[in-house]
Design a binder for this molecule. Structure first.
Ligand code: KG4
Ligand code: ZN
Length: 334
């Protein structure tokens, strides 16, 4: 059976086609250029852009998979959480298309999609495992005992890790999204240059707002109203020191979660899982602790529709369907 996946929860319009669990195509149209000049996603602009993009992106995904719409047996769509206007575009499209084709459709939780993305390239990944979900909207640790069972171990009390990257980039006059830019600059910086705070030390909760404030205070010393940022501030060192604080916390808590739950496998998912330092440190620490690590490839870390199609298909296999009364939800726990 062919599944068409749709993702429009934030600033990526994405569509993918799967044959059973195999990804045949995954098309992502990023709106980054549109939102860049505002330093973040403008919800109303995002909705309008999704509306413009959805048909061409779906057509491209179908063509790349060499199938036509009439071959599709199931439509899976992100229905929560996300920007409500953006979600509405995908959900309305999915409902209307499924209704007109007379096929089932299923609403998918974006966070579950990110976690299950690890299975696309690691089909043998069994249960249980600990999942670290780190994106622009989430930073949480889950104990995943079996399919569909996500016990929240801890989450951020304020900003998500990706949000912290984006805000720190803004402080340094760097473009949006900040994650990839800081990742790159940090590779040339000294991570020991600034001693930034590590947030919540105990337990599985995270906090990144203190770290962001510490960076802001440090940068403020080098900023003047007229001249902007003083070039004597080495932004590579700031980026590296900030990143070290984020990555150290994420890695330490994930290792502790694996130890306390007794699992042998770890999944790292979400946009921030694309971070080179996080990937490197996770590989090192899981190897040291004899754990199996599953991180999706870069294209499945950032928002995509293949992860949504896979999650929808796995739920469909268990007999789940959504009704036409399904409405998107801006926030929803996993
Ligand atoms: O999962 P995602 O595409 O969208 C959400 O569901 O939020 O994640 C986007 C977030 C942004 O905050 C972006 O700055 C961050 O992921 N990100 C990164 C990297 N690539 C993307 N953060 C750190 N390092 C990266 N290489
Ligand atoms: Zn996401």
């Amino acid at each position: 059976m062919y599944t068409l996946g749709i993702e429009t929860s934030c600033d990526e319009t994405a569509a993918a086609v799967l044959r059973e669990r195999t990804v045949l195509s995954s098309i992502v149209s990023s709106q980054v250029k549109l939102h860049e000049k505002y330093g973040g996603v403008v919800p109303e602009l995002a909705s309008r852009e999704h509306l413009r993009n959805i048909m061409p992106v779906v057509s491209e995904a179908l063509a790349a998979a060499s199938v036509s719409l009439s071959d599709i047996g199931l439509i899976a769509v992100t229905s929560a959480p996300g920007l409500i206007g953006a979600l509405l575009v995908g959900v309305s499209f999915a409902k209307a298309t499924a209704y007109s084709l007379g096929i089932p459709f299923i609403g998918v939780h974006h966070g579950e999609g990110h976690i299950l993305a690890a299975q696309i390239e690691h089909p043998g990944l069994g249960y249980p495992y600990v999942a670290l979900l780190v994106s622009g909207g989430h930073t949480a640790l889950y104990h995943v005992r079996e399919f569909g069972s996500y016990r929240l171990l801890g989450q951020t009390r304020d900003d998500a890790a990706g949000e912290a990257y984006d805000k720190v980039a803004k402080l340094l006059d760097l473009p949006y999204p900040g994650g990839p830019v800081i990742d790159r600059l940090a590779q040339e910086g000294n991570a020991a240059a600034f001693a930034f705070p590590r947030g919540v030390r105990e337990g599985f909760d995270f906090s990144f707002s203190g770290l962001k404030t510490a960076v802001r205070n440090r940068v403020a010393i080098f900023r003047s109203k007229d001249a902007g940022l003083d070039p004597s501030l080495n932004i590579r060192d700031v980026a590296a020191s900030f990143q070290a604080a984020v990555v150290e916390t994420l890695v330490d808590k994930t290792m502790l979660a694996a130890k306390e739950t007794g699992v042998r496998s770890v999944v790292v998912a979400g946009g921030v899982a694309a971070n080179s330092m996080l990937r490197k440190r996770m590989i090192e620490e899981t190897e040291k602790n004899g754990l199996r690590l599953a991180i999706p490839g870069m294209s499945y870390c950032i928002d995509n529709a293949a992860m949504i199609a896979l999650t929808g298909f796995l739920r469909y296999e268990r007999g789940e369907r959504s009704g036409l009364e399904l409405n998107p939800q801006a926030s929803k726990a996993l």
